[in-house]
Design a protein around this ligand. Structure first.
Ligand code: NAP
Ligand code: 8YV
Length: 309
């Protein structure tokens, strides 16, 4: 008999097909009575595919052994609760580094040169009445990266290719990296033209990018968030963008996505993206493969390809 697993939200089609070939999959997000489904599975289910798993769900599944998250960021899983119950947690690192780094540079150039706005300018027939305003370039500018990790390093090399100066902040200095390290985020923001966020979400980084940090980045400064909306004081960011005390922002993630505060829609100094960092066929397929590989390895008693707990 195949193992029964619980899927907590919609996954990529290919991932769902591959899971279905190996396991009996129960889809929590499609259940009319979720509590009844959980109750009925409690004596049997040893694995979850997907995120959004807190201690309450863990407690209802006493045989749960592993949670395989679709995504490198696992802030929607309570890892402390998992550890306390000896539940393994896996994520999907590395396979998405290039995709996320590419969209980061895309968002930076889109914001610097107002590419979405320029597109609208042409489509709305405004060009014959006058040229689109002159803007700014990213070459020669300093980019401060919050989170010089797997993705942050890929962003760094691409920024260097764009002739930018790269500096970074994290909890630790990385002596093997050639970039200048700031131990205080606010100091890095003050010294940077661009601030790129690519650190994990969760309690430890909540509102790390405070009003003070955003004010330090200043009226000529640009913020790019490809990490999690929770890293930023979103209300302060909106206020500073509206009053032009922050130069601009390119945002792929939001505090309560997919809800985006309407205040952003009226601003010409922002570029908005619906959490597209890893959203390519090739990358999402590799992420799905890793979810499956972790579950297969677990049930075969083999080492997990990408465990975080
Ligand atoms: P990673 O390799 O673990 O790198 C994370 C970096 O953040 C590390 O350099 C770490 O440095 C730093 N960091 C961690 N906690 C910090 C803290 N409290 N304060 C300051 N810096 C901290 O992770 P990754 O694979 O690059 O992914 C990073 C994040 O990107 C994910 O967690 C996810 O939320 C986000 N992401 C978004 C998308 C998207 O679609 N927009 C796609 C993929 C990933 P120190 O240890 O020195 O602090
Ligand atoms: C999402 C991401 O997980 O990997 C991450 O941390 O933010 C993204 O890749 C992806 O959108 C899955 O829903």
């Amino acid at each position: 008999m195949p193992e029964e697993i619980l899927q907590t939200h919609k996954l990529l089609d290919r991932c769902e097909v591959e899971l279905g070939k190996r396991f009996t999959v129960h889809k929590l997000h499609l259940a009319d009575d979720k509590e009844a489904l959980i109750r009925s599975l409690a004596p049997r289910v040893r694995a979850i595919a997907g995120g959004n798993v807190g201690p309450e769900l863990m407690d209802k599944l006493p045989r749960l052994e592993i949670i395989a998250n679709f995504g490198v960021g696992y802030d929607s899983i309570d890892t402390a609760a998992a550890r306390a119950r000896s539940i393994r947690v896996t994520n999907t690192p590395n396979v998405l580094n290039d995709a996320v780094a590419e969209i980061t540079l895309g968002l930076m150039i889109a914001l610097a040169r107002r590419i979405p706005q320029a597109d609208q300018y042409v489509r709305q027939g405004k060009w014959p009445s006058g040229n689109f305003p002159l803007l700014t370039e990213i070459n020669g500018k300093t980019v401060g990266i919050l989170g010089l990790g797997r993705i942050g390093k890929e962003i760094a090399v691409r920024c260097q290719a764009m002739k930018m100066r790269v500096v970074y902040h994290g909890r630790h200095r990385q002596p093997d990296e050639p970039f200048i390290y700031y131990d205080k985020l606010v100091d890095m923001a003050r010294d940077s033209d661009w601030l790129v966020l690519i650190a994990p979400g969760g309690k430890a980084t909540e509102k790390l990018v405070s009003r003070e940090v955003l004010e330090a980045l200043g009226p000529e400064g640009y913020l790019v968030n490809v990490a999690r909306g929770t890293l930023v004081d979103e209300a302060a960011m909106l206020d500073l963008l509206q009053s032009r005390k922050l130069g601009g922002a390119a945002l792929d993630v939001f505090e309560t996505e997919p809800q985006v505060p309407e205040g952003f829609f009226a601003l010409d100094n922002v570029v908005l993206s619906p959490h597209q960092g890893s959203a390519t066929h090739q990358t999402r397929n590799k992420m799905g493969d890793l979810v499956v590989a972790n579950l297969v390895a677990h049930f075969a008693g083999e080492p997990l390809p990408s465990a975080v707990v």
